[in-house]
Design a protein around this ligand. Structure first.
Ligand code: HEC
Ligand code: HEC
Length: 291
């Protein structure tokens, strides 16, 4: 009897292990094929004017769009993850120092990265939120390129990306934003200029940077990764609906909500939102209250 039970438990366990291995192999084949895919898009040209207004705008955008959170304060690149389970993932050195962008890297290459999510070799950029930068106006993209093109060179060589099992499984299940190239409407033309006066239109444009976490409808959802808090609804039907504009601005600049909840910068990047101008925060508030 015992031997029979043991035999069946052993067999069941064996089956389960086999299924898990088969599932992992399938996920791994799927993700590797998508990472290796070759893409090509028509090269675009835009005017890059590096005057003081454009450079100031570029600097502001680089701060409020989180470029420095991933690429480092000096834009010289950063190891974002180095973990046996998730793997190794680094954000490129965006300067032309050693280990940085090739000397020939020009505006057309910047556009390919920011609007299509692929590198100069035609392969997808991993984990770079190009589905968000793709929605920037031509004026803003141009300002970012102008600003990044003149930051001091940084010599920093980063390790090659190497995905671990957790990243592979999460990507196969679409629980990790690994391949922005697949999420972009590549035929969408650039808008020339975004509305920069305080109001709902500016708020909607800025909220693209919140959509990666708070979802496209801003209603939040499941935690972004195991161990993180659920993402709250920030529309009029959530807490924000009850806050005054001043309370909203205080929350996004100090990380403390009117309910007394303290937001950790690692969960909700309030040190990034603290760099928005008062006008931009007011517009975000007006937009979120309107939906
Ligand atoms: C969530 C993290 C994250 C944010 C935010 C982010 N990047 Fe990236 N970016 C990456 C990673 C990771 C890569 C490297 C992708 C790879 O090697 O496959 C990358 C690659 C790039 C590349 C391509 C460089 C190359 O080696 O070909 C450019 C250009 C770039 N980012 C610019 C920006 C700019 C400008 C911003 C802000 C508007 C920004 N990134 C915001 C993570 C990020
Ligand atoms: C990297 C993911 C991420 C991004 C990007 C992000 N948020 Fe959040 N946000 C969170 C998480 C997670 C929480 C909840 C944190 C907690 O419960 O401690 C949160 C909380 C908040 C809260 C508090 C809500 C409440 O009910 O207390 C507000 C307001 C907020 N975010 C607004 C924004 C706005 C506006 C943007 C874009 C400019 C933004 N967030 C971008 C992840 C993000």
């Amino acid at each position: 009897m015992i031997r029979k039970i043991l035999k069946w438990t052993g067999l069941t366990l064996g089956m389960v292990i086999l299924l898990v291995i088969a599932g992992f192999v399938a996920a791994s084949v799927n993700v590797n094929r998508r990472i290796q895919e070759d893409y090509s898009f028509k090269k675009e040209e835009i005017d890059i004017t590096a005057d003081s207004a454009a450079l100031a705008r570029g600097k502001h955008l680089v701060a409020i769009k989180g470029c420095q959170d991933c690429h480092g304060t000096d834009l010289g690149g950063k190891i974002m993850m180095d973990d046996g389970a998730v793997g190794k993932l680094s954000a490129s050195n965006l300067t032309k120092g050693n280990g940085g962008l090739p000397q020939s890297y020009g505006p057309a290459d910047w556009l390919t990265a920011l609007r299509h999510g692929i590198g100069t070799n035609g392969k997808p950029l991993l984990f770079m939120p190009s589905h968000e930068t793709a929605l920037l106006s031509e004026q803003d993209i141009s300002a970012i390129i102008a600003y990044c093109g003149q930051v001091p060179k940084v010599d920093r060589k980063l390790p090659a990306n190497d995905l671990g099992p957790v990243a592979i499984i999460m990507s196969a299940l679409d629980k990790m934003p690994l391949l922005s190239v697949e999420k972009i409407d590549h035929n969408r033309p650039m808008i020339a200029k975004a509305d920069s006066s305080e109001g709902v239109a500016q708020g909607k444009y800025l909220s693209i940077s919140c959509s990666g976490c708070h979802r496209e409808d801003m209603k939040g959802g499941e935690p972004l990764a195991p161990g993180f808090p659920p993402v709250p609804n920030i529309t009029s039907s959530g807490h924000v609906g009850k806050w005054s504009q001043q309370q909203f601005i205080t929350t996004l600049t100090t990380g403390k909500t009117p309910e007394g909840h303290v937001l950790k910068n690692d969960d909700m990047p309030w040190k990034m939102t603290a760099q928005y101008t008062k006008t931009e925060l007011a517009s975000l508030y007006l937009y979120l209250k309107s939906i």
